[in-house]
Design a protein around this ligand. Structure first.
Ligand SMILES: CC[C@H](C(=O)O)C(=O)SCCNC(=O)CCNC(=O)[C@H](O)C(C)(C)COP(=O)(O)OP(=O)(O)OC[C@H]1O[C@@H](n2cnc3c(N)ncnc32)[C@H](O)[C@@H]1OP(=O)(O)O
Ligand SMILES: [Co+2]
Length: 133
C-alpha cells in the first residue's frame, strides 16, 4: 500500500455535495465521471496527496444506493494505491482477508480496482487501486 488514494463518500445528491465540499475545501472538484459497472457517478477533489471521491447511485441496484437505504450519507470506503494489484490480492488472500472481486475491475479515474469485504477488515470497506498506465 503506497498511500491512501482516496476516501469514498456516499452522497444522495452529487451536485449539492459538490457545492458543499467546494466550500469546505476552498476548491472545485477536478472531474466527474460515471462508472457504469459500479452504477455510480463520482466526483473527485484533490486534497494534497489524496482525494475525496463523492459517489451517487445511478441505479437502484447500485452498491451506493443499497448502502444509503441502510445508512446515512458519509464515509463509504478507504482506497489504497498499490503498485501491483494482482500480487497485493495474493498477499492479502494469504493474510486471510476476504476479496470481493479477485479479478480487478475497471474503476474511476483510470484505475483497476479490487474490494475487500468489510467483515474481514474491522468493518471498513477497503478498495485497492492500481493506475492503468
Ligand atoms: C469503482 C468505482 C469507484 C472507484 O473508486 O473507482 C468506487 O469506489 S465505487 C464504490 C461502490 N462499489 C462498491 O462498494 C463495491 C464493493 N461493495 C460491495 O460489494 C457491497 O457494497 C458490500 C459487499 C460491501 C456490502 O454489500 P451489501 O450492502 O449488499 O451487503 P450488506 O448490506 O448485507 O452488508 C454486509 C455487511 O457489510 C456491512 N457494510 C456494507 N457496506 C459497508 C461499508 N461501505 N462500510 C462498512 N461496512 C459495510 C454491512 O453493515 C453488513 O454488516 P453487518 O455487520 O452484517 O450488518
Ligand atoms: Co472508490
Amino acid at each position: 500500500m503506497r498511500k491512501i488514494e482516496h476516501i469514498g463518500i456516499a452522497v444522495k445528491d452529487l451536485e449539492k455535495s459538490n457545492t458543499l465540499f467546494a466550500k469546505l475545501l476552498g476548491k472545485e472538484h477536478y472531474k466527474t465521471e460515471e462508472v457504469e459497472g459500479e452504477k455510480v457517478a463520482a466526483s473527485f477533489f484533490q486534497v494534497g496527496e489524496t482525494k475525496l471521491e463523492l459517489l451517487q447511485a445511478t441505479d437502484e441496484n447500485s452498491p451506493i444506493g443499497i448502502y444509503l437505504e441502510k445508512r446515512s450519507e458519509g464515509i463509504h470506503h478507504i482506497a489504497f494505491d498499490v503498485e501491483d494489484i494482482a500480487s497485493e490480492v495474493e498477499r492479502l488472500k494469504g493474510e486471510g482477508f476476504e476479496i470481493l472481486n479477485e479479478t480487478p475491475k475497471l474503476g474511476a479515474d483510470n484505475k483497476l480496482v479490487v474490494f475487500l469485504h468489510p467483515r474481514s477488515t474491522n468493518g471498513v470497506l477497503i478498495e485497492l487501486c492500481q493506475e492503468i498506465s
